[in-house]
Ligand binder design. Sequence first.
Ligand SMILES: Cc1cc2nc3c(=O)[nH]c(=O)nc-3n(C[C@H](O)[C@H](O)[C@H](O)COP(=O)(O)O)c2cc1C
Length: 276
Amino acid sequence: MTEMKNLLGIIGSPRKMGNCELMVKEIAAAIPGSPKLSMVRLAEKDIRPCKACYRCLTGDCPHQDDFPVVLRAIMEADAVVVAAPAYLRGTHSSLQRFLDRGLQAYRHVDSLYGKPAVAVATAGVRDGEGSALLGVENFIRQLGLSLKGRAVVHATFPGDAIVFEEGRSTALLLAAALVSPEDYVPEGVSCPECKGTYFEFRGRTAMYCLSCGGTGTFSVINGKARLEIDPPAHSWRKKEDMALHGKWLIGQRGEFLRQRERLKEAVKPYLGGEFI
Ligand SMILES: Cc1cc2nc3c(=O)[nH]c(=O)nc-3n(C[C@H](O)[C@H](O)[C@H](O)COP(=O)(O)O)c2cc1C
């Protein structure tokens, strides 16, 4: 069992004392050794949209807002619980708003990579979660954290998450997963490359893994599902790949600066237009 002193709960809901906050607290309470729980309500934070300037790869981000405080909290935590509600069958935007600024994480791979994390998506409608959990998992994976467990919790009214047995038992399972030294392997079919469980069917048998970008095929042999996935040509899933991807991005920025004048010329005919 991994010893855990500082736990960070990231709440991707605008609701105070809503189901996400309750799940974070319930999971924290079930962790042996009572780690210190700090929480952040992402929706309350001043996190401005990425300007796509790529300056953060080599220097400071031009925004002066709450992003660095939250990133630092993730870096300093021993483990992280991320919970966000389903909104219109997607993940609450506060998570993506933070993640959009995540190129800054490439300068902190050593403090982030492999840190245990669990994902929770709350959903008011049974089977209404859509891609909400995928968004929470993507938040964890893209920051280089190690996904140790994941769950959708059905909870319609604020409080349902802990009023019903489903949420309480899920919290126990996720707390155990978070401290387990074992790697997380989801039940059923998962990507052999990254253990992701979200795929796009491309044609009859071709598959694309939404979690790592691997492609391959799906077949059923003797009644058993078989998934063969090759790693993507350009991956940033492993620690060394993540560091290399950061360097590659810096190279791309240089390449863009070299091509800038030519591109400016090419887009000239498209200048202007009416905007509301
Ligand atoms: C704007 C809005 C959109 C929602 N969309 C969905 C949805 O698409 N599917 C779903 O199952 N629940 C949906 N819900 C319900 C919430 O996901 C659910 O109540 C959740 O438990 C809220 O968590 P919270 O209390 O932490 O905010 C929506 C709620 C709101 C306010």
